[in-house]
Design a protein around this ligand. Structure first.
Ligand SMILES: [Fe+2]
Length: 293
């Protein structure tokens, strides 16, 4: 039986370092307040510091979002980075991401997206102690699934990922759970994005439907905000920290909304609040005529 506030971390290499536990341990006082989780998604960083995506410097937009997090919400207890951390799949982009997060005092967990090189991402994530697959903290279980498929934009969960999901949920039926992946596991009403979502979503939902403790399914990839419900499970998507895709679009199209992030306040009862915020005072000129990214 895991008590609220206890910290159990499953790392990629199945290692648990005592320093991680000490760093993340919550005080008695902290147990009574919400577990605060920050989601940053799709920063699309590049090795080149002046690299732009459709006219937006992705390092500058990420920094503007981080500045807004610190001004608006302050320090989180955990950061979830839900894929497309790099646009160019470079080791340098992952290093820049890790360095950017050093203004936060909590640990982070990184997922791969379709633009990432999973092996490189995991190697650099390990250097920043961000290679977590499952986290038990603040009375919740957070499960991260890799839906990336090498060379493809669409997503798929390998059988090993589905088995991992089932195994983790079986281990902690007493804890409310947040499950996160890069690709959207439901139709979001956008024709071009429907083709690049999670392909084997039925297998994913077959597992989720058997575990009533799952409260939240969270993803990146779509560069836009969604807040849906499926049989009592909140389905949430979040703006990118760089460019935004137009919602309900038939073909690829972008819109000039500001970069953003999602914030959660999770209670150990399973109740929670969440909101999306966008970077204030970030000026950019979006190339609206591009046919892809
Ligand atoms: Fe993306």
């Amino acid at each position: 039986m895991i008590k609220p506030g206890a910290v159990v971390v499953h790392l990629c290499q199945i290692q648990v370092k005592s320093t991680d536990l000490t760093k993340s341990a919550m005080t008695t006082k902290d147990k009574t307040r919400a577990f605060r989780v920050l989601q940053l998604t799709d920063p699309h960083l590049m090795a080149n510091a002046s690299g732009e995506l459709l006219g937006v410097n992705t390092r500058s937009s990420l920094n503007a979002v981080i500045e807004n997090v610190l001004e608006t919400h302050g320090q989180p207890d955990l950061i979830l980075a839900t894929g497309d951390l790099a646009q160019d799949a470079s080791r340098e982009a992952y290093r820049v991401f890790g360095e950017s997060l050093k203004v936060f005092s909590c640990k982070s967990a990184w997922l791969a997206g379709n633009h990432d090189d999973t092996d490189k991402l995991r190697q650099v994530a390990a250097q920043y102690q961000a290679d977590h697959r499952s986290i038990v903290q603040g009375g919740w279980q957070i499960i991260l699934l890799d839906s990336s498929v090498p060379g493809k934009v669409l997503g798929r969960l390998a059988q090993s990922e589905l088995d991992f999901l089932e195994q983790m949920l079986t281990q902690h039926p007493e804890l409310p759970a947040l499950v996160t992946l890069h690709h959207h596991p439901v139709n979001i009403g956008s024709d071009w994005m429907e083709k690049i979502g999670l392909q084997n979503r039925d297998a994913f939902w077959e597992i989720i439907d058997r575990f009533p403790q799952v409260k939240i399914v969270l993803w990146g990839h779509v560069h836009q905000k969604h807040d849906l419900d499926r049989n009592g499970v909140r389905l949430l998507a979040t703006p990118s920290t760089c460019i935004q895709f137009a919602s309900k679009s038939v073909k690829f199209s972008v819109e000039d909304k500001a970069p953003g992030y999602r914030w959660f306040e999770l209670q150990s009862t399973g109740d929670f609040t969440t909101e999306v915020r966008r970077a204030l005072n970030f000026e950019f000129e979006l190339d609206q005529n591009s046919s892809g990214y």
